[in-house]
Design a protein around this ligand. Structure first.
Ligand code: SF4
Length: 362
């Protein structure tokens, strides 16, 4: 008999039984029998997009302490939201999160819509998040397909099509498996399976509840899934970042435009970031005419679409200096309140360390 016909079918019940024994305890997850708070489910899902659970956990706790309800988040000034988000990356998520909280408060009386379609109509909620929130918060039979779920499904069914083209097929498989009872637990079980058992490398197939029906395991080809289309590496961009410290300890800072990369975040003034940036002409991009000192080691950062290399230039300015238009001098004690993304924290740290008098060096 050919192998394919002997393969048993994957069942939701097997996954749910496994989940009942091995579910992860997460700050945004409720205990069995408790009703989840849609606000917490939604906020955690937005934070978890492109960010690991380990990184999100402390942010989530702090964020919820600061903005305990969707109304509190909606009423907060955007600088405060960006500041609470600083360090999590992908800052358009924070702007969308804030816009969504305002929409839920203004148009839905502070209650999240309980259907996928209703959720998708809100700012920043795409197919995945709508499915995840509908399933987890409202126990709707919805598919929530993230990277973990894609990996499990492509292995379970040996899906040969490469991502991202395979997404519709994967979704169909998830929908076909969805149980009418406990769809919210099913969505979370699938996520947990991908995160803890069906890992990218060395999946623990021996203890997987779907080891029998899994086609990739049977063929011994687990790690070759999901198939991926070849990716083009982004071209490295270069630029200069200017760390100007006034003699009273204030740092020259500005806010990036709301739209675009790192929108609404704080930064020290920088040049444009270009593949053909000429560092020799950096003085022309400086916010002040002064003697700039170039640091030897550039700050490197990798964005989704390109790597960036910023050369840091440092200088001091007299205590009476005024900030150029659109910039401000932030006193040293208030720097922590500036929503610097992690790239800028590295730049500021490198610049301030270089400006510190030698006697105060550790
Ligand atoms: S048997 Fe292995 S490859 Fe298949 S779903 Fe389970 S962990 Fe993943």
């Amino acid at each position: 008999m050919p192998l394919a016909t002997r393969q048993p079918a994957a069942k939701a019940a097997d996954l749910l039984a496994w989940y009942d024994r091995h579910r992860r305890s997460l700050p945004w997850r409720v205990l069995p029998g408790e009703r989840p708070d849609p606000y917490r489910v939604w906020a955690s899902e937005i934070m978890l997009q492109q960010t690991t659970i380990t990184a999100v956990k402390p942010y989530f706790e702090r964020f919820m302490a600061r903005f305990p309800t969707v109304e509190a988040l909606a009423a907060a000034p955007s600088e405060e939201v960006m500041q609470a988000w600083a360090g999590l990356g992908y800052y358009s998520r924070a702007r969308n999160l804030h816009a969504c909280a305002k929409a839920v408060t203004a148009s839905h009386g502070g209650r999240f819509p309980d259907t996928e379609a209703g959720l998708r109509a809100l700012p920043g909620i795409g197919a995945y998040t709508a499915g995840a929130v509908a399933a987890i918060a409202f126990d709707r039979p919805a598919a929530a397909v993230d990277g973990n779920v894609e990996r499990v499904m492509t292995r379970l069914f040996a899906i040969e099509a490469a991502l991202p083209g395979a997404k519709p097929v994967i979704r169909e498989h998830v929908l076909a498996l969805l149980p009418m009872a406990r769809p919210g637990d099913f969505a979370q079980a699938l996520m947990d399976l991908g995160a803890t058992i069906c890992t990218p490398r060395n999946p623990a197939c021996g203890i997987c509840p779907w080891r029998e029906p899994c086609r990739a395991r049977t063929a011994g080809t687990q790690e070759s899934y999901p198939r991926k289309a070849a990716k083009k590496a982004g071209v490295t961009r270069y630029g200069a970042a200017f760390v100007l410290l006034r003699e009273d300890g204030a740092l020259l800072v500005r806010t990036r435009p709301n739209k675009g990369l790192l929108g609404g975040m704080a930064e020290v003034p920088t040049s444009d970031w270009r593949a053909d940036y000429e560092l020799d002409g950096a003085a022309q991009d400086a916010p002040f005419v002064t003697r700039w000192r170039k640091l030897g080691t550039p700050v490197r950062h990798v964005f989704t679409h390109f790597p960036l290399e910023l050369t840091v230039l440092v200088a001091k300015a007299p205590a009476t200096s005024q900030a150029p238009l659109g910039m401000r001098f932030t006193p040293r004690g208030k720097l922590r309140d500036e929503p610097f993304p992690s790239l800028m924290l590295k730049v500021v740290e490198a610049g301030l360390a270089a400006l510190r008098p030698p006697s105060s060096a550790p």
